[in-house]
Design a binder for this molecule. Structure first.
Ligand SMILES: [Zn+2]
Length: 460
């Protein structure tokens, strides 16, 4: 389903259907999405299955069957996804890649009905959840598996209506080799969430391909962190793209998603929340920043540079009270629950602001293709770069030797970057295209995480 001719994002328009629904969903859809409609009810004590139809809702993850005591195994995940795919008209499972250790990388697409093609997803409204880039951060994966099932099995009218205008996409296990080994990194020892520019890992390649072909309006990336008691210990923290090259409206909507939707929804459930990277004192004042920068190779930032709203969500993996300390299953259930709440809040924002998001993402892409803009090689939205890290009149493109172009071809293609073969065998990469920022950040000699150094070509 992923071989497609892609519509340039700039050609997309908010769909009439989406515009017409936006008003009513703002009133009814948000409540249905956010309240956990279709959430897991108590299973039958004998069979472990949920009572009554629909069938898809009766399927349970290994984590649910254990009452939160153990995480779903990779084998249980395969059985669960295959059964869901067979049971639900609203859900499809597609293999989109293989890891270095030959495990499948899978995309779960939920809609009403399940989308028929990549084009249908790309032209419409969609959200992509990236669920386990780090193999030792299990709660996001569990949240994605159960949320995919609950959306597909929903009997809530507003949620069903939402699925008729939105495709909800999940890569439930981005890093299965890391899950199998219990490691943060993949089997090459690489951190997948530092590889979204050069694309040296199969895992990051798949996420780039999905962003290129499916053009999600929002990319929501699920993680976990180990807290430092007293200063960095909120139950759930989140952050938007801080890279300075991200379009202002896309940046602001991403920040709004974080601060006005995701964090308040999690706080409403009685959990503490904060901004990823900020240390707080006892009074709640920000006293330091220990992480959360504008590095363009981190998925949250790359997503923004590709004109999607981006958000990183991290659940704390430590017990919050003596009960959780005594019973790890309680802690695990809460970790997953906060992730599900955050994910549903993202869907709620899409329901409420669908047309505005579609307009902002399309305008961001159009501007990249048409206008030159100041380029920053460092800094963040809250850290000014040094003057020599900013180019007020960036090059109009880069010339690559034939060998450089051959070595870079796969990455450039996956990043959606257009190249122009020259009669002398060199390759010109124009900056004026949708992936403009990625062109500069991959090929300029000043780039911190570049792929190769191209010969800068000044504008005429
Ligand atoms: Zn992580």
């Amino acid at each position: 389903m992923l071989t497609s001719t892609r519509p340039p994002r700039a050609q997309r328009r908010p769909r009439v259907l989406g515009l017409a629904l936006a008003g009513t969903l703002a009133l009814t859809g948000f409540a249905g999405l956010a309240s956990g409609a279709g959430a897991v009810a108590a299973p039958d004590a004998g069979t472990g299955q949920l009572p009554g139809p629909p069938v898809a809702g009766g399927l349970r993850t290994g984590f649910e069957l254990s009452g939160g005591a153990t995480w779903t195994t990779l084998e249980q995940e395969q059985q669960f996804l295959q059964a869901l795919d067979a049971a639900s008209e609203r859900l499809s499972v597609t293999e989109v890649g293989r890891t270095a250790q030959d495990r499948p990388l899978q995309l779960v697409a939920v809609g009403d009905p399940a989308p028929a093609s990549a084009e249908a997803i790309a032209f419409g409204s969609s959200v992509l959840f990236s669920c386990t880039q780090h193999g030792d951060e299990p709660s996001g994966r569990e949240a994605c598996l159960s949320l995919a099932r609950d959306l597909a099995a929903t009997t809530d009218p507003a949620t069903a209506e939402f699925l008729r205008s939105t495709t909800v996409l999940f890569v439930p296990t981005v890093n299965p080799d890391g899950v199998a080994a219990g490691t943060r990194e993949n089997s090459q020892g690489l951190d997948v969430n530092r590889d979204h520019l050069r694309l040296e890992t199969a895992e990051a390649q798949v996420l780039a391909q999905l962003q290129r072909d499916l053009r999600p309006d929002v990319l929501h990336d699920l993680h976990e962190y180990g807290p430092t008691p007293g200063t960095y210990d909120r139950d759930l923290i989140a952050l938007w793209p801080r890279n300075r090259n991200v379009d202002a409206r896309v940046h602001d909507l991403s920040q709004q998603l974080t601060e006005e939707h995701v964090l308040p929804a999690v706080a409403a459930g009685g959990n503490s929340t904060g901004i990823y990277g900020y240390r707080y004192d006892a009074a709640g004042n920000v006293v330091a920043q220990r992480a959360g920068d504008g590095q363009e190779r981190i998925l949250r930032n790359t997503a923004g540079l590709r004109h999607s709203l981006g958000i990183l969500v991290e659940a704390s993996n430590a017990p919050a009270n003596p009960l959780e300390e005594a019973n790890p299953a309680l802690l695990n259930l809460r970790r997953v629950d906060t992730q599900v709440t955050a994910a549903r809040a993202t869907l709620g924002m899409v329901a409420e602001h669908r047309a505005e998001i579609a307009d902002a993402t399309a305008a961001s892409a159009a501007r990249s293709a048409l206008e030159r803009a100041t380029l920053s090689f460092a800094g963040a939205d809250n850290v000014l770069p040094d003057p020599d890290e900013v180019d007020l009149a960036p090059p109009c493109g880069y010339r690559l030797s034939a060998q450089q172009a051959a070595d870079a071809a796969q990455t450039l293609a996956l990043q959606g970057i257009r190249t122009e073969a020259q009669p002398d065998g060199t390759v010109f990469v124009p900056a004026a295209q949708e992936s403009r920022d990625l062109v500069h950040l991959l090929l300029d000699e000043r780039a911190q995480h570049g792929l190769t150094v191209g010969e800068a070509v000044a504008c005429e």
